[in-house]
Design a protein. Sequence first.
Length: 208
Amino acid sequence: MERTPPDRRDLLRACREGVVAICELAAHFSDWSVATPCREWEAIDLAGHLRCVAENFHEYLNDAPSSRLSRLFAQDAPAALLVRQLSRQNAAELAVLPPATGREHIVAFAVSAEAYADRLPDVWDEAYLSYRGTKLTAGDYAGAVCVEWHLHAWDLARALDKDHRPSRPDVIEAAWRTGVPHLPAPAGGDRWEAVLRASGRAPDWQPS
C-alpha cells in the first residue's frame, strides 16, 4: 500500500477543520437522543466518545512509544481483533464518563482536540507505534486523528439530516493511508465516499 504522507500543513489544517465542523454541527442539536450512523450510538453517545478519544490521544502521545495503544498494535493481531478491542475500550470509557449534556461533552472535546493539534508540530517525527512492520511517528498517526474527526463530523451531520464533506478529500484519503495501517485503504470513485466505505460506513445512510 502506498503511504505517501500528506503535507504537514495541509494535515494540521484538515485536523482543525474537522474540530470546527464538529463544534458547528453540535450547535444544531436540540435532541441528543437521535440515532447516528455509528451502530447503537445516539448523538449523546457520540459526543461522549469524541470527548474520550480526544483525551486518549493526549495519553497516547504522553506515553509514546509505549502507550497502551502502541502495546495493542504491537500484538500484530488481525484488524478485526484490534477493532473489537478498541470497541470494548470505547464502551468501557463511555460507561464511566461523568453525566453531561451533549454540548458539554463537545466543549470538552474541542479543548482537548485543539490542545492536541498545538502539541503535534513539536513531536511530529517522534516514534508513536508499530504494526506488522509499519512504523508510525506522531505525525503519521495525526492522519488517524484527522480521519477520526471528519468521520464523526459526518456522523453528526447525517444524524441531523445534513452532510459533511472535508474541503480536501485528497488530504483525508492520504491521512488514512499513512495513519491507519491495520485497515484496507480507501479505493475507487469519490475520495471522501471511499474513506466512508473503508471505515464501514454507508455513504447513503439516512436518519430514521
